[in-house]
Design a protein around this ligand. Structure first.
Ligand SMILES: Cc1cc2nc3c(=O)[nH]c(=O)nc-3n(C[C@H](O)[C@H](O)[C@H](O)COP(=O)(O)OP(=O)(O)OC[C@H]3O[C@@H](n4cnc5c(N)ncnc54)[C@H](O)[C@@H]3O)c2cc1C
Length: 578
């Protein structure tokens, strides 16, 4: 069922089993999980409609300080499907090391391991409509596209790994809206902007949720369980603004909500020129994501032993073959002649400036032409180091619904700069040792004193450094409330019925795009919630144990008057009464 709150004649009050705040990739994953569980009612409150609306989008506006970053009302989309309406569709599972505590990375380590997500990664494949879980099946991919040939780097710490994009493009709202159109136990409220999360007097449970449309219509929801799934910046904002019962904000007794904001840092950091007989097209970032035939590509990684030896985070090297073939400076070498021949003198000075400012690009292009090889521009994706000073806080400015807006203070530290430099050296040494390519680093940028650049003036888009648009870390998961905001089940410490979904719970961000992991983690959460909801019904026990079987997933959810709850997954043997 889909309800447009803005079109309701009166305010109203609703009771439900599960209330989800936010209808993006994470929020819709909860509804998707419960699609076959018609005995439980799930309600999703989504701030936007099905299309982009500027006045709703403006609720996302906020301030920036620290490192230059994207405007907060541009980098996110406030409508059904959330930011998947403009994402890059790059998907893949995290590696075991992404979850590990690494002594050289302060605050690293998840309270769960990669194996805890294995089942849910396989379910996520279905959620995204990817067909098969084949991220490691290079041979299978090569049968479809023989050009996916890894470069031989045996004996070096560098190896090649596959990643893929959703093809056709996946827009969460467009794909999964049909669930609400067809299933009565799934309710979607559009134009329902949550502004208030009311706690019980003792601050131990959420009592109600209030959502308002921009034209003032209101719905109050009483739910057994509540999941906050509004994106990493907004999850923190909603916890911080609701400070009437807990004066520092919900779940913020230890001043951790909003801290540890992370984004992947992508550096356009140099050029790779391959040996004449080596082809790098399979590593091209551009080909697959802009319509390559199968949406799959390779990238370079550094193994765990070398990460430990060099005390660096996870680093991924992708290549952009096309951009490097035509760097800006090289284009400016030929353009003035053409324009002068046309009698157009207007931009000659700009081209001359480009040639001088992009001297490395010009040199690489000329060298490539001279030796008959195509260089590739390197995009090095660096794992951010968790940093409590990178944070989301509230400002005194208010949005149209009276909610305080946020300030994002993002800090990029020397740890990331050192990781970038060392990783580039490891890649360069490996390519040289294997005799496959030459990597030329952009040392000017590496040696520049970023800290002395005025805030927001770091060389940014198109030149050297970009954020990944992967906001994470603001309600981090930990095994104790001293270290984080949610526990291993994504439940807010100290709150009986409030959970968080999305990459705000990531303690570290790895180097891979997050949304596949967000969805896997959210499906795991949904599974946990289902068990809890069964447990809630102590006065109304299920008459029989219930077996749920789908493609990959055999689960028993049972509750009997005696109280015992049981859950088995694939491979388990279940008998009634066990
Ligand atoms: C340009 C760009 C490219 C990207 N490319 C990739 C990529 O290739 N691969 C990848 O993995 N990730 C990518 N991402 C990131 C990806 O989009 C996010 O990881 C993903 O959308 C997060 O899902 P989410 O559900 O947690 O949050 P969102 O998608 O942000 O959804 C949050 C939802 O909550 C709603 N909401 C917010 N506040 C409220 C409120 N108060 N009340 C009710 N509802 C509310 C919003 O309207 C929205 O629908 C990209 C992002 C951008 C911007």
């Amino acid at each position: 069922m889909i309800v447009d709150l803005a079109e309701q004649p009166t305010d109203h009050r609703i009771e439900t089993d599960l209330c989800v705040i936010g209808g993006g990739a994470a929020g819709l994953a909860i509804a998707w999980y419960f699609r076959n569980r018609s005995d439980r009612e799930v309600m999703v409150l989504e701030s936007g409609g099905v299309d982009f609306e500027p006045d709703v989008q403006d609720l996302y506006a906020g301030e920036l300080s620290g490192q230059r970053y994207y405007d907060l009302d541009v980098d996110r989309l406030r409508m059904l499907g959330g930011s998947t309406n403009h994402w890059g569709n790059q998907v893949g599972p995290f590696e075991p090391i992404d979850f590990e505590a690494r002594p050289w990375i302060p605050h690293s380590g998840w309270p769960i391991v990669r194996a805890d997500l294995d089942l849910w990664y396989r379910q996520a494949v279905e959620y995204f409509g990817l067909g098969a879980y084949d991220f490691d099946d290079l041979e299978g991919w090569q049968r479809q596209d023989p050009s996916l040939e890894p470069v031989a780097l045996t004996g070096t710490p560098v190896f090649s790994k596959t990643w893929r994009v959703c093809m056709p493009a996946f827009l969460a709202g467009e794909r999964h809206r049909v669930l609400f159109e067809q299933l009565a136990h799934l309710k979607l409220y559009l134009h329902a902007c949550v502004t208030r999360i009311s706690l019980s007097e003792n601050g131990r449970a959420v009592q109600s949720i209030e959502a308002t449309s921009l034209n003032g219509r209101r719905v109050t929801v009483h739910a057994r369980r509540v999941v906050l799934a509004a994106g990493a910046i907004e999850n923190a904002r909603l916890l911080l603004v609701n400070d009437d019962v807990m004066p520092t904000g919900i779940g913020n007794q230890r001043d951790l909500v909003g801290r540890f904001f992370m984004d992947h840092i992508a550096f356009w950091s140099g050029h790779v020129t391959p040996r004449a007989d080596v082809r790098l097209d399979a590593y091209d970032d551009i080909g697959p994501s802009t319509g390559g035939r199968f949406g799959r590509a390779l990238c370079f990684y550094i193994d765990k032993a070398a990460q430990r030896a060099n005390e660096i985070g996870v680093v991924r090297l992708k290549l952009d073959v096309e951009a490097a073939a035509h760097p800006r400076g090289a284009q400016s070498l030929s353009k003035p002649r053409r324009e002068l021949l046309r009698g157009d003198f207007s931009s000659v000075h700009e081209h001359i400036a480009d040639v001088f400012l992009d001297a490395p690009g010009v040199a690489t292009s000329l060298y490539g032409r001279a030796v008959g090889r195509r260089p590739s521009r390197c995009l090095t994706m660096v794992e951010p180091f968790p940093n409590p000073d990178s944070r989301v806080t509230l400002t005194s400015d208010h949005d149209a619904l009276g909610m305080r807006r946020v300030r994002l203070h993002w800090v990029v530290t020397d740890a990331e700069r050192r990781t970038l430099r060392r990783a580039q050296e490891v890649f360069a040494d490996a390519f040289a040792a294997a005799g496959v390519a030459r990597l030329k680093m952009d040392t000017d940028f590496l040696e520049a004193d970023w800290s002395r650049l005025a805030p927001r003036e770091v060389v940014f888009e198109g030149s050297h450094m970009e954020g990944g648009h992967h906001h994470a870390g603001t309600t981090r998961m930990a095994s104790s409330p001293d270290q984080g905001v949610v526990d291993a089940d994504c439940k807010v410490f100290g709150l009986a019925n409030l959970y968080v979904a999305g990459n705000s719970v990531f303690p570290t961000a790895g180097s891979l795009n997050p949304t596949f992991t967000i969805v896997a983690l959210t499906l795991r959460l949904a599974d946990h919630l289902e068990v809890g909801l069964v447990g809630d019904h102590e006065l109304d026990p299920l008459p029989h144990d219930r077996v749920v079987i789908d493609d990959e997933h055999l689960a028993l959810v049972g509750s009997r008057p005696g109280g015992a709850r049981v859950r088995l997954h694939a491979g388990g043997v279940m008998t009634r009464g066990s």
